[in-house]
Design a protein around this ligand. Structure first.
Ligand code: GRF
Length: 202
């Protein structure tokens, strides 16, 4: 069974959605670990309630990103993690993690990449006046919000939408799309060919 580590720094609604999908038998996986870099993050309490192990690794306790990532990798190895799922992890990954888990790190972004990269994807699309935005799940590479795209889904920005109502729609879609992408990965259905991810449909 695939052992997943979710990396998160904040609220953890995607963490909870993945946990739900596993519990409902929609994902043949185990939530082996939560890696968190922020001691105040609500996701930690969620993990505790769901009895998921938590590795709290604070960057300030290490003199370099390399040492920080080596410590994270030790936690991943101790827990036999096969797949890393970033869900609101507010930190770029460096060479250590990327080389040790190449092709096994996913991220979710709340916009249709390559549009509206960065930490404010929903707000940026809304203030730009986009009529369509959405959600992207992609493999992670060394650049921010950049690796090969696995799945995307669109959301219409309606006349009556406010930033808050758009956020609600996007998050709802995220909670559906992320488990779906993870299921494809776990089932061995994804093949990376350059920038393109081929999805094999049975
Ligand atoms: C999500 O909108 C995700 O797309 C982005 O960070 C947010 C995390 O939300 N990368 P949550 O902590 O899962 O609720």
């Amino acid at each position: 069974m695939t052992k997943i580590a979710v990396f998160a720094s904040g609220k953890g609604s995607n963490f909870a959605a993945i946990a739900r999908a596993i519990k409902k038998g929609r994902l043949d996986a185990e939530l082996a670990l939560l890696v968190c870099d922020n001691p105040g993050a609500p996701v930690i309490q969620r993990a505790k309630r769901l009895k998921v192990k938590v590795a709290l690794v604070k960057k300030e306790n290490f003199s370099s990103r390399e040492d920080f990532e080596k410590a994270v990798i030790r936690h991943l190895q101790e827990n036999g993690v096969d797949l890393i799922v970033l869900a609101g992890f507010m930190r770029m990954l460096g060479a250590e993690l990327l080389s040790n888990y190449q092709g096994r790190i996913l991220n979710i972004h709340p916009a249709l990449l390559p549009a509206f990269k960065g930490s404010e994807g929903i707000k940026d699309a809304f203030t730009y006046g986009a009529k369509i935005t959405g959600v992207t799940v992609h493999f992670v590479d060394e650049k921010m919000d950049h690796g090969p795209i696995i799945l995307q889904a669109a959301v219409k920005v309606e006349e009556k939408d406010t930033l808050e109502s758009l956020e609600t729609k996007i998050h709802k879609l995220e909670h559906k799309l992320y488990p779906e992408a993870i299921r494809l990965f776990i089932g061995g259905k994804l093949r990376i060919e350059g920038r393109r991810v081929r999805i094999s449909i049975p």
